[in-house]
Design a protein around this ligand. Sequence first.
Ligand code: CMC
Length: 376
Amino acid sequence: MEISSGLEDVYIKHTALTSIDGEKGVLRYRGYNIEDLVEHSTFEEVAYLMLYGELPSNERLATFRASLEKGYVLPDYVKKIISDIPRSAEALTIYMTAFAAMSAAENDFKWSPQTDKQKSAEIIGHAASVVANANRHISGKSVVDLKPSGSYARSFLEGALDRKADAKEVRVMDRALILYLDHEVPASTTAALVACSTLSDMYSSVAAAVAALKGPLHGGAAESAYLQFDRIGSPGNVEKWFNENIIVKKQKLMGFGHRVYKTYDPRMKIFRKMDDEIVKSPEDRNMLQTARKLEEAGVRQFGPKYVFPNTDFYSGIAFKAIGFPVNMFTALFALSRTTGWLAHISEYNESEPRIMRPRALYTGPGPRELAAVSNK
Ligand code: CMC
C-alpha cells in the first residue's frame, strides 16, 4: 500500500470552479482566463461567477451587491470580541477568532442549496468588515461597520485605512481580490471541505480554512517573502545574501515553488506588473528592485528544477504600497479566498457530499500484554 505524502496527486472532488495547467502556467475560473477576468471584471462579478456559474446581469449584480453590503454590518458581540483582542495579535488570528465566534449563532445550521449562496454573499461581506477592522484594531483605531461605497474593494479599503482610497489603489485591491479568489484545492480549501463534510456550519468551515492558510508554506508566504526582501535591504545585496542563505545554508526561498505550477505562476506576473504601477515611495521602489533581482537569482538557481516564483512573491509589495502593514498580508489573502472556500463548499454539498475520512497505515508495535503501571 502506498502513502501519498502531502496528498500529492490525490483528487478529492470534481470541480467546475478553477482549472490549473501547471506545465503551461494557465489559470482559469469557470473557463475564463485569469488575465481576462483581472482586466475586464470586478471582484463582485467574479465572486458571483464562482458561486453561481455565470457572470451576472446588472440586475443580479445589484442584488448580489446588496447581500454583500448586508454583511458589512457585524453582530455587536463580534465587534466587541475584535476590540478585546490584544492589538499585537496577527490580523489572521483576529479573522479566525471572529469567524469562530460567528458560528455561535449557527446551532441549528442545515446545509441548503436554496439559501447557501445568499448566505455565502453575506459571509463575504462579513469577511470585508472583519479584515478591515483587523487592520483598524492593530493600528489603534476603533471597530466600526463598513460603509457601502458601490465597490467591495473601495468599501473595504476605506474602512480598513480610515481614509478615502484613490482610483489606482481601488483597482489594485480589486485585482488582488480576483487573483487570490480561488486556486482549486490547496491546504486551506481542503481543510474547509474536511470541516464541511462533517456537516459543520459555514463559519466554522471558514475558520478551519483560515487555520490552514496561516503557515508560511501557504498563505503566510507573502509575509515571509516580503520580510526576506526587507532583510536583504537593496538590490546590490542580493547576490551575497542569496549565496550565503539559499546556496550555503540551504534555506528555502520564500515565494518560490508550487505543488502544481512547474513554470511561472500567471498570478505572479500580474502582481509584478501591478507593483510597478502602484509603488510610489523610494523605499517601496527599492523593495521592488530588490525583489526583481532576487527573482533573477532564484530562477537561475531553481528554474532547472521547475521551481519558479509564485503569486506570494510580489503580492506583499502591492499591499504595502497601498498602506497595509506586513502582518495584514495573510489576512488580505484570506479576505479574497473566502469566496473560493465558500464556492467549493457549495459545490461539494451540491454534488458529492460524503464525510472525508482517510486512513493512516499503522506501523507501531504488534499486540502487547498490558501491565499495570504499578507492577512495572
Ligand atoms: N526554495 C528552494 N527550493 C525549493 C523551494 C523553495 N522555495 N520550493 C521547492 N524547492 C525544491 C525542494 O527543495 C525540492 O528539491 P529536491 O527535489 O532536491 O528535494 C523540490 O524543489 C520540490 O519541492 P517540494 O518541497 O517537494 O515541493 P512541494 O510541492 O512539497 O512544496 C511548496 C511546495 C510551495 C510548499 C514549496 O515550494 C515551498 O515551501 N515554497 C516556499 C513557500 C511558498 O512560497 N509558499 C507559497 C505557495 S503558493 C501560494 C500559496 O499556496 O499560498
